[in-house]
Design a binder for this molecule. Structure first.
Ligand code: IMP
Ligand code: MG
Length: 185
């Protein structure tokens, strides 16, 4: 049964099928990047937004990987980044000598990625690769980008496929533009 589009969604930006198509290509890119690695890379999901992407991406990859999780919060309950991302839950594995694959949902201002890069690079990783589902380059406040992004988008606030507004809409199977009326209430 086709699920109806959520009433708070202005329009669907990417369908579940379009997302899966791009995820597959990202997985191929990563397999190529890691083809000479002797030890499994450590794939790090930046929770909660990257969770759907992380699971789908790793299942498409042929390279054996190990998993770890980190929770970072930058928003509170608004649609504007606070500029001061906070580590809520840290990794459980040491990074010394590891090939680290950081999996992000979206790079917006870039503050979160700068914070994560500085923190994790300081822990002695052998390599550090960032893959993002989405990139909003027009919103950037700091000069940083992912090594690979599946989609580059304009300045619109989107939800679904892991992305939220006030912790809602994460389990929508598509990525959609949220109606302005929802966050201007
Ligand atoms: P940054 O630190 O501004 O780059 O923001 C990164 C985080 O803000 C992302 O990991 C998301 O969790 C969140 N974010 C940025 N843009 C959006 C959006 O359009 N929808 C939902 N969350 C977003
Ligand atoms: Mg995030």
């Amino acid at each position: 049964m086709q699920r109806e589009v959520h009433p708070d969604i202005e329009r669907v930006m990417y369908t579940a099928e379009q997302i899966q198509g791009r995820v597959k290509i990202a997985a191929e890119w990563l397999d190529e990047r890691y083809k000479n690695c002797k030890e499994p890379p450590l794939a790090v999901s930046v929770l909660k937004g990257s969770v759907m992407f992380f699971c789908d991406l790793l299942r498409e990859m042929k390279t054996p990987v190990q998993l770890d999780f980190m929770t970072i919060s930058s928003y509170g309950n608004s649609s504007e980044s606070s500029g001061m991302p906070r580590i809520v839950m840290d990794l459980s594995a040491p990074l010394e000598g590891r090939d680290v694959l950081l999996v992000e949902d979206i790079i917006d201002t870039g503050y979160t990625l700068v914070k994560l890069r500085d923190l994790l690079k300081g822990r002695g990783a052998k390599s550090f690769t960032v893959v993002a589902l989405l990139d909003k380059p027009s919103r950037r406040k700091v000069d940083i980008k992912a090594d690979y992004s599946c989609f580059t988008i304009e300045n619109e606030f989107i939800v679904g496929y892991g992305l939220d507004y006030a912790q809602q809409y994460r389990n929508l199977p598509y990525i959609g533009v949220l109606k302005h009326s929802v966050y201007e209430k």
